[in-house]
Design a protein around this ligand. Structure first.
Ligand code: FMN
Ligand code: SF4
Length: 569
């Protein structure tokens, strides 16, 4: 076990050793087998595949590693095999029973790509696959490559270099200037410029100050932050340490959704290892800077992702939003200045410090710089987590990156913004996916979670699902949201059951307007927007339910039996 690193020179020596070890791993004469284990591959048996690899190679000098998946959930569980003198080859759809044949080199038809720039025999580079071709990975750079539980791997790949630069070479003002120049906007939904928030945090006079990471991610269909914890937890940790140093915060909290045990486990391990090395705590690397890190977990309420509710929850109080101002950067945790950002926002910061704000600002679009991690659900061929430059057309994402619709499924729309925005239809596919373009057309980038739906999904039923989610998750603090959302669900149920009337349509619009205009926090202020979007994009479906008592998708209780039979095909 390595002792605490007392100085920057100690860190650089450690880094050198870690890099040598890393090079030897990939250039040596041992078989290296890396199995992707994370929350999406685990239910498909990834841990059993890992155990089977360990068992098969017991007593040999082969190295078996537990990495995370690389986002390509459609081909999980994945195993990467690096034989001496050959490049690493990634195999997909591996079961524990496949392992002996895989190790014997007999499963070539399941080789998806080689993790190298050149083809290896018939196996093309992984990056040429349409799923990877359009991606630019900053946050996900080392997903599936490093072992998330190994701080040595992370340091070999550059972790904590940016922290070291900020501690010893840059003033707080200069570091924040890089973040501002990068154009980095918050990845938690609202897209507020991170540099401006950090500068306010730095200038705040009250002490102590805090940094908080919003890793709650309670929205359905969104799983990117969980996966950063599972794939490369040190990127988050380094980002929050840099923020703490430059804003003058003495303690940083990471608030993680309690439903994500693997994310919590891997992040806690990263914190323990960084503490052991002296990258967290008193007098980090002899710089005179002190930063403590704490992990807090949520109890499963979506509202605890809202900034002010999150802070109450961290403090051990019931998580409910409060009115603003004061903003949390003035009065946050324990009424002290607190810089709160989303996980992905923090995870982008090490690369911005290492490569410069200007480098980052050139990726993406002029108003939405950098990349965005995006998740998808729906009947697509290549469902998975991706990181693409901001501004990628929605069509490229759906038809190329995610592989288009599976056989028998026709594209009907894509629900954007998690539960906070409306759907987009085929006519919107050529619009860019970034903060501003999506809002212009009634969608929302939000935290980057999309649901693509087909002819079997009924817009009335889907609107009911999204509204019911907000009804259940409303914290009940203010009347418009607490009483208004159940009223909307009640009307939608009436329509779904065949008892709706035309007068229900303006009634839902009026009720929605009241909820949006009068609710206290962001949950209520956007809760009816998916419903309004569904009504706008699919008016005929609502009229069919009301006038003809027909649900064309066969999803609602009023559906005729023959329609149901067609939908089940
Ligand atoms: C109901 C609700 C839930 C939210 N959930 C999250 C969440 O899970 N993660 C997150 O980063 N932001 C969430 N937000 C947004 C946060 O309030 C806040 O804007 C964000 O964490 C700031 O970080 P950013 O500027 O880096 O995006 C939520 C907002 C609302 C209204
Ligand atoms: S809008 Fe809804 S979630 Fe927000 S404070 Fe009011 S009741 Fe609570």
């Amino acid at each position: 076990m390595t002792d605490r690193l007392e100085t920057r020179a100690d860190f650089e020596k450690f880094q050198q050793t870690a890099r040598q070890r890393w090079d030897e791993l990939w250039q040596g004469d041992k078989l290296v087998v890396s199995v992707g284990v994370d929350s999406s591959s685990e239910p498909k048996g990834a841990s059993r595949v890992l155990a089977a690899c360990r068992e098969a190679l017991r007593g040999t000098n082969a190295i078996v590693r537990e990495v995370s998946g690389n986002g390509a959930m459609w081909m999980e569980p994945t195993v990467e095999i690096k034989r001496p003198g050959e490049p690493p080859v990634v195999y997909g759809w591996i079961t524990p029973e496949d392992v002996p044949a895989l190790l014997a080199g007999e499963l070539q038809e399941q080789a998806v790509g080689v993790r190298a720039p050149e083809a290896f025999g018939d196996i093309p580079p992984l990056d040429e696959h349409p799923f990877f071709k359009h991606q630019v990975r900053i946050v996900m750079e080392d997903f599936g490559v490093i072992e998330p539980d190994s701080i040595e791997d992370a340091i070999a790949r550059g972790a904590y270099s940016a922290l070291s630069t900020v501690l010893f070479e840059m003033s707080a003002e200069d570091a924040i200037a890089e973040v501002t120049a990068s154009g980095l906007r918050g990845r938690g939904g609202a897209g507020f410029p991170a540099g401006i928030k950090w500068e306010s945090g730095r200038k705040a006079r009250a002490r102590p100050k805090f940094v908080a990471v919003n890793s709650h991610e309670g929205e359905p269909n969104v799983y990117k932050d969980r996966r950063i914890h599972e794939g490369d937890p040190h990127k988050i940790l380094e980002g929050m340490l840099i923020a703490s140093v430059v804003c003058g915060a003495e303690r940083a909290y990471n608030y993680i959704g309690g439903e994500y045990p693997l994310a919590i486990k891997r992040f806690r391990r990263a914190v323990a290892d960084a503490e052991r090395l002296g990258l967290i705590g008193k007098n980090i690397l002899g710089s005179g800077q002190d930063v403590e890190v704490r992990v807090r977990t949520g109890g499963g309420a979506y509202i605890c992702g809202e900034g002010s509710a999150l802070m109450y929850s961290v403090m051990g109080v019931r998580g409910q939003p409060r009115t603003k101002p004061p903003r949390s950067v003035e009065e946050g945790l324990w009424k002290r200045p607190t810089v709160l950002n989303n996980t992905e926002t923090f995870a982008n910061v090490p690369a911005i410090i290492n490569k410069g704000g200007e480098w980052f600002s050139k990726i993406g679009t002029s108003t939405s710089a950098g990349t965005k991690m995006m998740t998808v659900q729906g009947p697509l061929k290549h469902v998975g987590l991706v990181e693409t430059p901001m501004g990628i057309p929605m069509r490229t994402l759906i038809e190329e990156v995610w592989g288009g619709m599976r056989e028998g499924h026709q594209f009907r729309g894509v629900q954007t913004g998690g539960v906070s925005a409306g759907p987009l239809t085929a006519e919107h596919l050529d619009y860019a996916v970034d903060f501003d373009s999506m809002t212009e057309i009634g969608g929302m980038l939000g935290s980057g979670g999309f649901v693509v739906f087909d002819q079997h999904v009924c817009p009335v039923d889907f609107a009911r699902y999204l509204t019911a989610f907000n009804r259940v998750e409303s914290c009940s603090k203010c009347v418009p949201c607490h009483r208004g959302n159940p009223a909307l669900v009640e009307i939608l149920d009436r329509i779904r059951l065949g008892g709706g009337g035309r007068e229900d349509l303006p009634l839902m619009e009026r009720t929605s307007k009241h909820i949006i205009d009068l609710s206290l926090c962001g949950l209520g202020q956007v809760a009816p927007i998916p419903l309004l979007g569904m009504m706008k994009m699919y008016p005929q479906d609502f009229l069919d339910h009301i006038d003809r008592h027909v649900c064309a998708a066969g999803a609602c209780p009023i559906a005729a039996p023959e329609t149901l039979a067609t939908a089940a095909d």
